[in-house]
Design a protein around this ligand. Structure first.
Ligand code: ADP
Length: 479
């Protein structure tokens, strides 16, 4: 499975945030538009109602048989008509009103009687006279048509086109906000005598958008994409791990053939020793005086048989997946003692001196004793082989030292050494320069070392001869 790249995760987050943002902002805009159109419609209805009331008042006054005194009439009407400022009428050709008559009154009366509905005459500021055909007139202040608390919340600027020009009734947005979203309604008042065009304007400012919810959504989207990214990453890692394990298993199976050949090579040595010792014991069996020698030969045979069984167990463990080596602090001194006993006759026969220098400051390596014994046994065997035919004094030196948190064990000989061009190939399976050699001893040693978190290296000593060094972890308690 292809893991999600960081780039695509980022793009997915951006797309998700953007989609959520468009939805949130769209919702908010729809909500703000609904409120604005509703509030404008309410205001329009209220203003139209007030204008219609003025017409109704004029019609009622026209029916009065005995007209009242203007100042008293005004005081009586004002509580119900907040926009009414003054009133008056032409009676028997004379103006009687609470304020001076407007210019052009006679012409307006004439026009109203012709049209059969009142007409508006301009006055100062936001005021106008409403004049009917009977000569009655009301002075209206458009600014006072609605009380301050009657203006709905969602409105911005509101203007009314009066006979003298456009006047502002509401001025909540003196300056248009930056990046504002415009809202507009144009509609004349619904009163026959005062069809003044009403203009409602509002701009949705930055502060009115749902930034908080958008930020929350972006965080949620980040968490969602992050979780998906982590999940896909985890699955990809698991798949990679499975693939790695499969390859390792294939590699192990590939070395199975190598192991089989190695097994024969490794078992040959103890089996030959068993055969030799058992034959010797058989020969000496009837001789009473040789009983001890017979016992020793049988004991050696039993030890070699155990070693052969251990080798088989070790090889089986190496080809089984998940096999773990047994790691414990190993007494290298004792191990070398037993190897010296095992190889004693061979060393003596070839006149090879084996010396052991322990400079490990009483530390011990953490290793599998059987695997370690196999490695050292192999290295000693190779050194013995290399010294065959070497002139002069023949020496094998085994030395141990502590190097920081590693235990280093070297097996050096004063034989011919390793030609530099052979050095890179020593640990390759089947690399051998010996007649009858299998070229499996060193690859096996390297595999065994690797399984113990160890490392085996080969070099030529400055004074001549080969030197193999095994580096192993140091046992904790012995550090
Ligand atoms: P084999 O012993 O079957 O040849 P090994 O893997 O043990 O297989 O060794 C591979 C080769 O490494 C040997 O053939 C030899 O050329 C070289 N070699 C190993 N040990 C020594 C040594 N102590 N001195 C010189 N050459 C060595």
């Amino acid at each position: 499975m292809n893991p999600f790249s960081r780039r695509s995760a980022l793009l997915a987050w951006l797309a998700l945030s953007l989609a959520g943002g468009v939805w949130l902002f769209g919702q908010r805009l729809a909500e703000l538009n609904t409120r604005f159109y509703q509030d404008t419609s309410i205001t329009h209805r209220l203003l139209s109602q007030r204008a219609t009331q003025h017409e109704a008042v004029l019609a009622t006054l026209a029916l009065e048989a005995a007209p009242r005194e203007p100042a008293r009439l005004l005081a009586g009407l004002q509580p119900a008509l907040p926009g009414l400022v003054a009133l008056g009428r032409i009676q028997h050709g004379v103006w009687r009103g609470s304020a001076a008559p407007p210019p052009g009154l006679a012409a307006a009366v004439h026009r109203a009687s012709t049209l059969r509905h009142p007409v508006a005459l301009p006055a100062e500021q936001a005021r106008y006279w409403l004049v009917d055909g009977q000569g009655q007139a009301l002075l209206i202040d458009a600014d006072r048509l609605l009380a301050p608390d009657e203006w709905p919340a969602a409105l911005g600027n509101l203007t009314l086109q009066l006979p003298q020009g456009r006047v502002a009734l509401l001025h909540r947005q003196p300056n248009a906000p930056r990046f504002g979203w415009p809202q507009a309604v144009d509609k004349p008042l619904g009163a026959k005598s005062q069809p003044f065009p009403l203009q409602s304007r509002h701009e949705v400012g930055l502060a009115e958008w749902p930034w908080g919810r958008f930020a929350l959504w972006a965080v949620l989207a980040a968490l969602l994409v992050g979780a998906l990214y982590g999940w896909r990453q985890g699955r990809a890692n698991a798949a990679r791990e499975r693939e790695r394990a499969r390859l390792a298993r294939v590699a192990r199976l590939n070395t199975l053939g190598e192991m089989a050949a190695g097994l024969a090579h490794e078992l040959n040595q103890p089996l030959t020793a068993i055969l030799a010792h058992v034959r010797a014991a058989e020969r000496l069996l009837d001789d009473e005086d040789e009983r001890d020698t017979v016992r020793q030969a049988l004991q050696t045979s039993a030890a070699q048989a155990r070693r052969a069984a251990d080798i088989i167990a070790r090889l089986r463990a190496l080809v089984e997946p998940g096999a773990r080596t047994r790691a414990e602090p190993v007494d290298v001194d004792a191990l070398l003692g037993s190897l010296r006993f095992l190889l004693g006759p061979e060393l003596a026969e070839r006149r090879i001196a084996l010396s052991w220098h322990d400079e490990s400051e009483a530390t011990r390596p953490l290793a599998d004793p059987v695997a370690l014994e196999q490695i050292v046994h192999n290295l000693l065997g190779n050194a013995i082989e290399a010294l065959l035919g070497a002139p002069g004094e023949r020496r094998i030196t085994v030395s141990a030292r502590r190097d920081a948190d590693r235990y280093r064990l070297s097996v050096a000989d004063n034989g011919p050494g390793i030609p530099p061009e052979h050095l890179p190939h020593l640990f390759e399976p089947f690399f051998t320069t010996r007649d009858g050699g299998l070229g499996l001893g060193l690859p096996l040693c390297e595999t065994l070392a690797g399984a113990m978190d160890g490392r085996l290296t080969a070099a030529n000593a400055p004074a001549g001869g080969a030197c193999f060094t095994l580096s192993l972890p140091l046992a904790k308690g012995a550090q």
